[in-house]
Design a protein around this ligand. Structure first.
Ligand code: PMP
Length: 355
């Protein structure tokens, strides 16, 4: 147990499971999925594993955790696998927030954070972004609660450097800092190396985006063995078999071929630079995103109008119907073909609006 675990979980007796010997017609650019299908090796591994689905999966995900430990050069006991990074985040809210320890996160960030706070019955403090929509690490000094930072942030795509994350860690020695790296593989410095140095850091990553497996629901956390042990106590008290056999097999196969994933990320990053250039030439303004999405607005047309007009043309992007976000849309970066369809339709909408 770490020094951070909420008292309400201090005497938890986790469940001990019995021993298990070991009409796509739309251009969908709204939920940051990969444009690449899973690689053949992943599909093969899943098919093979499907033949033994009558057996429960390994609740410790031993093989997958070993593969992740090798990939990130950390010990296996510094890794937990979960059902998407959402589940890792949920466990972090359960473990490290309570009446005396609120959650602290940016005012504009991943929309699930306030929801997790609500469902776990804890209060939260939202810190406004700077006027350029970036995060100021100094705003998180002595945050007085458990800090949740998406890096790069969502939906802005703006990153913090590893040094800036370290700055936040150093200024919160008494609290856990959760760094949500769902989009880290598209050009952001990861905080994983800091997990060996700071016992208050939990890094959360996922197979959903950069590894083309959003449909599989596979995420993981990397932290000190004590934090991982806290999170495991919660996992074993809720759903020890949270990762199924197919996901474990797919995850291992994906990591065995991680160079292919890296290539795919490079292509997405090239497509991002291409799309940014083209949209800027059309008068769009945007943040400097290092994610597989961009956050854009156009001085001549409302974000809601653009969203609706593109939708009518079969291109789905993400809009939030909130007054403060009315100007903006978030656009997932897909294949070059998808981006060209988007650009054609955007030009058509602008032309129709007389811009
Ligand atoms: N964090 C952020 C910032 C996200 O945008 C998402 C995806 N919606 C997640 C975490 C969750 O991803 P997943 O559960 O698919 O791993």
């Amino acid at each position: 147990m770490s020094r951070f675990l909420s008292n309400k979980y201090a005497s938890l007796e986790p469940y001990t499971p019995g021993e298990q010997p070991k009409t796509r017609v739309l251009t969908k650019l709204n939920t940051n999925e990969s444009p690449f299908p899973p690689m053949p090796e992943v599909i093969e591994a899943v098919k093979k594993e499907a033949e033994i689905l009558q057996l429960y999966p390994d609740p410790d995900c031993t093989e997958l955790r070993k593969a992740l430990a090798a990939r990130f050069e950390v010990d296996t006991d510094m890794i937990i696998c979960n059902n998407g990074s959402d589940e890792t985040l949920y466990f972090a809210f359960l473990a490290y927030c309570d009446a005396g320890t609120p959650a602290v996160f940016p005012k504009l960030s991943y929309g699930f954070y306030p929801v997790f706070a609500d469902i776990t019955g804890i209060s939260f403090r939202e810190i406004p972004l700077k006027s350029d929509l970036s995060i100021d690490p100094q705003d998180y000094y002595d945050a007085g609660g458990t800090v949740f930072i998406a890096n790069p942030n969502a939906p802005t795509g703006i990153p913090l450097s590893r040094n800036q994350i370290e700055d936040i860690l150093k200024h919160n020695p008494g609290n856990v800092v959760v760094v949500d790296e769902a989009y880290v593989d598209f050009g952001t410095e990861s905080a994983v190396p800091l997990t060996k140095l700071y016992d208050n850091l939990l890094v959360v990553q996922t197979f959903s985006k950069s590894r083309s497996m959003a449909g599989m629901r596979l995420g993981y956390g990397i932290a000190s063995p004590e934090i991982i042990s806290d999170l495991n106590a919660l996992r074993y008290s809720t759903n020890p078999y949270n990762i199924d056999r197919l996901a474990i097999a797919a995850g291992v196969a994906s990591l065995e071929n991680d160079e292919v994933n890296k290539d795919h990320c490079r292509t997405v990053m090239e497509n991002r630079e291409y799309t940014v250039e083209q949209l800027k030439a059309l008068g769009f303004e945007m943040t400097d995103s290092t994610a597989n999405f961009i956050f854009v607005r156009h001085p001549g047309i409302g974000g809601d109008v653009l969203f609706q007009k593109l939708r009518e043309r079969g291109v789905i992007i993400r809009h939030w119907f909130k007054p403060e976000l009315n100007d903006y849309n978030r656009i997932t970066i897909g294949s070059r073909e998808q981006m060209d369809i988007l650009l054609t339709e955007v030009k058509d909408v602008l032309k129709e609006a007389g811009i």
